[in-house]
Write a protein that binds this ligand. Sequence first.
Ligand code: FAD
Length: 365
Amino acid sequence: MHQYDYLIAGAGLYGAVMAHELNKRGKKCLVIDRRDHIAGNIYCEDIEGIHVHKYGAHIFHTSNKKVWEYMNQFAEFNNYINSPIAVYKEELYNLPFNMNTFSKMWGIRTPQEAKEMIAKQVAQTNITDPQNLEEQALSLAGRDVYEKLIKGYTEKQWGRDCKDLPAFIIKRLPFRYTYDNNYFNDRYQGIPVGGYTAVVEKMLEGMEVRTGTDFFEFREENPDIAETIIFTGMIDEYFGYKLGALEYRSVRFETEVLDCDNYQGNAVVNYTEREVPYTRIIEHKHFEFGKQEKTVISREYSSEWKVGMDPYYPVNDEKNNSLFEQYKELAAGEQNVIFGGRLGDYKYYDMDKVVEAALNRLEEI
Ligand SMILES: Cc1cc2nc3c(=O)[nH]c(=O)nc-3n(C[C@H](O)[C@H](O)[C@H](O)COP(=O)(O)OP(=O)(O)OC[C@H]3O[C@@H](n4cnc5c(N)ncnc54)[C@H](O)[C@@H]3O)c2cc1C
């Protein structure tokens, strides 16, 4: 006899969608999370009345109408459009690379002029068979865009020189020959009014949720508590890292409350110079057009990851992907355990893709 139909380990977006849908279908679910809060990496902490994105800035964007409508059941979304700024030394540019960027960089006005300038700079590099990321970026963007906007930022992100990074990391560059600073191409975009934690709270409404509860300890004490387990933590940790640890890049945040109402005039400002140690500064209130008297900023530092630290970005290179495939084989042999989410699937998923993956998985169940 099991007390629950499902034990869901992880109260992030994936676990919450699964729990919500299973509960709706009459299944009895218990949701646990080892952190002391729900919502996983989309958790927002309330500081000075501002929703602070504790694990990194999150902007919801999707072209999938079904997913957009699904999310809108749990919150109304505002009309925030992500339009980051890049700072290189004393210069300031719009992102993504678009006519505003090119016009500022070269004093030009038309798409034709921008295309000619990029083609000229690309030709000057004389690179036909790029051997590393630097050569790849130069052969796609030319020297100015590479040196001012790509080089330092990428080196900080990966903790390595662009010459020592593989070319495949950059397949193509999203050049846009219009004066459009909208970072995403998706049809739908916004931030949930009330913040992301409230969305997850609503998904988990009426369900039993235990935070500060680690799955491995809990399972040891309650081996037969549920018929099926949905595990959204790290797949390698589930198997005690017995084949080795999958690698991640991590991010460290330094969050500060400032006694001013508007620090940088934009939610996201990237620092593309290598000498500035952080990659971005996020000013959280601008995601929700906040009018508070104070402001909260977070400096983001890209860092190495070691077992025990918060995992952020999976390193999906050949070595790690093949290790993941071996873990997946082990997972297939686990009776009544479903693995999912960004850590269970060892995959960088945007939020919409997480919702999509959970809804697809539910159909299979
Ligand atoms: C820095 C950063 C910025 C991002 N920005 C965006 C963005 O702008 N837009 C976008 O669409 N997506 C963004 N994403 C992606 C987004 O964060 C993910 O799609 C989403 O949070 C994944 O949800 P999840 O439930 O799979 O994982 P998580 O949110 O990580 O949830 C997994 C949960 O499982 C818990 N857990 C793990 N192990 C155990 C255990 N042993 N016992 C109990 N609980 C456990 C964890 O504590 C965690 O709460 C970003 C990601 C990062 C890293």
